[in-house]
Write a protein that binds this ligand. Structure first.
Ligand code: SAH
Length: 453
């Protein structure tokens, strides 16, 4: 679909895309593959015994655990969790993500945020809320765009709110976003566990849970966040749907195995749809709860959420996987030493979001970035760059983000919007005559094609 953005939105997109940033400074390319894992054997030794011991004693005490509980423990256990203990992002970590590959990615999302803020009429307050901010690179790139477009944001009061479960990553985010201008809370019970200020004076706050972020007009970003949330797994059997559980292998006591619950569980009776056609389904109930919170906040306080992740529209079955040593890794082997992830089911998120909020997408990353003007941005950077290796880096990162066989079609963008954003223009009838027509809302950037005059 081709759509023309309103004059103002078009102008701000052009200002960012044609901004004369030195190409060398605009490239953040890492020669690594997506979801690679580079933990050293010593790391593995460090994690494996404690996490495996913890899981086996839990199973011995209470019986087989759900896959969701297994995933939650392995990834976010406050003491030994994979996310809690590691910096897994980047060339020296376990995998690489789009914001780490190129800062163009964050710049385009920055434009999207301002475009949505303008689409809402430019409210006086703008909270940027990021779920699972990793190293803080995406937020840093977005804030740089905010700074370039200061005159557009005018007097709006802008603040940054980061929902992060990992103390290790929150320290890296604080360093990247505020330098030394941040401070940890005195008590662990504080909902805001760290506060800081960016070099341009924007307040930054860190929370463990979305619930703790204050109400107000907010744009929420979640990049590669939902795929890290625990999934329940269900198997169709002769006797009906049964939940898949994790148990200790009786033949090999130091190892775990999957078993199918002998009778229905509360989850298998609640989460599987009556008309489900597949033989195996994964349901991310925690992701569902978060989407419901986002939907409620957006309908009550205004704003939008942009969710970007690998996923499907209710078609895939078994996507739960681990990554280690640059290869797929069995999800039950050496728990805590490898990343665990499952594709996001966007059809489930859309269903649980409910009817009060508007949903758009999912569209592929390639389409979203192209609609946001990535080709134009690349050309501008290439034109002002004479260094051959930087040009090559620019081309490589562009290819990684948009090539259908790399991240271009594996990743999708999905958005929750206030219903007024996509409502049809209202017509008021006076007698038999159509008197007034309220202005049509601006197209939603990224999900509609931009046009540059
Ligand atoms: N968005 C970043 C990082 C993706 S990795 C990027 O794209 O580069 C997943 C991020 O989510 C990490 O920051 C991890 O610590 C965080 N995370 C995982 N589970 C979480 C949870 N339950 N609550 C809050 N943060 C979580």
């Amino acid at each position: 679909m081709r759509a023309f953005l309103g004059g103002k939105t078009q102008q701000l997109v052009s200002r960012v895309l044609f901004h004369p940033v030195r190409p060398s400074a605009a490239v953040r390319w890492r020669a690594a593959q997506v979801r690679l894992l580079c933990s050293s054997p010593s790391d593995e030794e460090k994690h494996r015994p404690s996490m495996l011991r913890h899981l086996t004693s839990k199973i011995k005490a209470t019986g087989p655990i759900t896959v969701a509980e297994y995933m939650r423990e392995v990834l976010t256990n406050p003491v030994t969790g994979y996310y809690v203990k590691n910096d897994m992002l980047g060339p020296d970590g376990d995998f690489i993500t789009s914001p780490e590959i190129s800062q163009i990615f964050g710049e385009l999302l920055g434009v999207w945020i301002i475009s949505e803020w303008m689409g809402a009429g430019g409210p006086k307050q703008l909270q940027l809320v990021e779920l699972g901010p990793g190293k803080g690179s995406l937020a840093a790139d977005v804030l740089r765009v905010f700074n370039q477009l200061k005159s557009v944001l005018g007097v709006a009061s802008v603040s940054l709110h980061l929902v992060e479960v990992s103390p290790v990553l929150s320290r890296i985010q604080a360093q990247n976003l505020t330098g030394t201008q941040n401070q940890e809370a005195d008590s662990e019970d504080e909902p805001v566990y760290r506060r800081g200020e960016t070099s341009t004076g924007l307040p930054v706050s860190w929370y463990r849970r979305l619930d703790d972020v204050p109400a107000g007009f907010s744009i929420f970003l979640a990049h590669e966040f939902f795929d890290a949330l625990p999934v329940h797994k269900f198997q169709r059997t002769d006797k009906g749907w049964r939940e898949v559980l994790v148990d200790i292998d009786p033949e090999k006591p130091g190892q775990l195995r999957f078993v199918v619950a002998p009778s229905p569980t509360l989850a298998s009776s609640t989460y599987v749809q009556a008309d489900e056609k597949r033989h195996h389904v994964e349901v991310c109930a925690e992701g569902g709860v978060i989407v419901q919170q986002l939907a409620r906040r957006i309908t009550e306080d205004g704003g939008a959420a942009l969710i970007a992740d690998y996923g499907h529209d209710g078609t895939k079955t078994d996507t739960f996987r681990g990554f280690k040593d640059h290869q797929l890794h069995h999800v039950l082997a050496s728990p805590g030493s490898a990343d665990l992830t499952a594709d996001v089911d966007f059809s489930y998120l859309r269903r649980v979001a409910g009817g009060d909020v508007a949903c758009v997408g999912p569209v592929t990353q390639k389409l979203f970035l192209k609609n946001m003007g990535i080709d134009t941005r690349l050309q501008v950077l290439l034109r002002s760059c004479s260094d051959a290796s930087t040009r090559e880096q620019l081309m490589n990162s562009y290819d990684m983000l948009t090539n259908p066989s790399k991240m271009g079609e594996r990743f999708h963008f999905f958005s929750l919007l206030h219903p007024s954003r996509i409502a049809k223009p209202a017509k008021t009838t006076v007698g038999m005559k159509l008197e007034k027509k309220s202005p049509a809302p601006l197209p939603v950037a990224g999900f509609d094609e931009l046009s540059f005059s």
